[in-house]
Design a binder for this molecule. Structure first.
Ligand code: TRP
Length: 339
């Protein structure tokens, strides 16, 4: 008998908070289009997560469309994958409530990101900041996700999602797929160009530390020229050379060259030539993405159509899992009411 092979499911999300950085691109987003053929992919603009820190409403609304346009511009194809805005599918928040009841408080308070964000926003340590990873678990578990492509900084959150899934399955029988992470081997974490022992972050106060995907070519060039290196003058990777190593891994991701090839390429050439080459590789990668991004944003009807279709498709899938979970925990099904 013929059997249609079901592709494994991929889910990932990105927050619509400000512009995407080179770090977002290298650590996460660039891997997403490549997964579309072998997997059934769902990509979400996670606006619910964004409001765990204060957002300007008009900016958030604009940035949600911009984030979707950027994902499409990097090569996510709506005819292959589902792309949608998280708040359009209420099942995320509904499942999040249930999962929260299966997540120990202590697991949430020890999350690195919670601790960091609490320190950064001491005036607003809200409940959403604490339960952020439960909502992320709901995002993932709703779609029976097998694989979650994420930056290494989200590994602890994924681990929490796995724990919740296992705990729930243990109590109620097989319900959730226990997801695996998918981490890039090179460039999983792009470091600040100014303090290369710190992650590149869009909120960095030093504008030269972070490259944005929408930066103009001469801005990108300037930032790389100013990147902190060391006094050795040799292009090689090593724990003692975080700045140069960071530039090498960026160049490696952009060109596909290995560290050995890069070391050979710049043998005896000093950092000036090397930095210009790194900048050039980033500029060449971002140029077509930027053009497509602008084209998409100018075509609001198309963009909104993609998001409406994506939201409807995601909602159909999500409601099946939510009903199953509601039934397992013992909620009365609304269609079971005798009336
Ligand atoms: N927390 C992720 C981040 O900041 C974004 C995210 C939300 C996500 N839900 C997700 C990533 C589900 C993967 C899967 O990067």
């Amino acid at each position: 008998m013929e059997q249609t092979q079901k592709k494994p499911r991929v889910f990932s999300g990105i927050q619509p908070t400000g512009s995407f950085t080179l770090g977002n691109y290298v650590g996460a987003v660039r891997n997403w289009p490549a997964l579309q053929d072998a997997y059934d992919c769902i990509y979400s603009v996670v606006d619910l997560h964004a409001i765990t820190v204060r957002q300007n409403p008009a900016d958030l609304r604009r940035q949600s469309r911009e984030a979707a346009a950027m994902l499409l511009a990097t090569g996510i194809r709506p005819d292959k994958s589902i792309i949608f805005i998280q708040s359009h599918v209420p099942a995320h928040t509904q499942l999040s409530w249930v999962l929260g009841c299966f997540c120990p408080f202590g697991d949430l308070t020890r999350m690195h990101q919670f601790k960091e964000k609490s320190k950064k926003h001491p005036e607003d340590i809200n409940g959403g900041l604490l339960t952020y990873p439960v909502l992320m678990a709901a995002d993932i578990l709703l779609y029976a996700t097998d694989l979650v492509p994420i930056g290494i900084d989200q590994k602890q959150h994924l681990e929490l999602a796995r724990n919740i899934a296992q705990r729930f399955n243990g109590l109620y029988g097989d319900t959730f797929v226990v997801p695996d992470g998918y981490f890039p081997t090179v460039g999983a974490k792009v470091m600040s160009l100014q303090e290369p022992d710190k992650k590149m972050s869009k909120s960095d106060a030093n504008a030269n530390a972070v490259v944005h995907m929408l930066d103009e070519p001469d801005t990108i060039l300037r930032k790389f020229k100013r990147a902190i290196t060391d006094s050795e003058g040799t292009v090689r990777a090593g724990a003692d050379k975080p700045g140069v190593t960071n530039l090498m891994s960026i160049y490696s991701v952009m060109t596909g060259k290995t560290f050995e090839e890069i070391q050979r390429e710049f043998d005896g050439q000093g950092y000036g030539v090397f930095k210009e080459a790194v900048a050039g590789s980033v500029i060449d990668t971002f140029r077509p993405i930027q053009a497509e991004y602008r084209r998409l944003l100018a075509d609001r009807a198309y963009l909104d159509g993609v998001l409406a279709d994506g939201g409807a498709a995601a909602a159909r899938l999500a409601s099946r899992m939510l009903s199953k979970v509601y039934r397992k925990v013992g909620f009365v099904a609304p269609d079971a009411l005798a009336h």
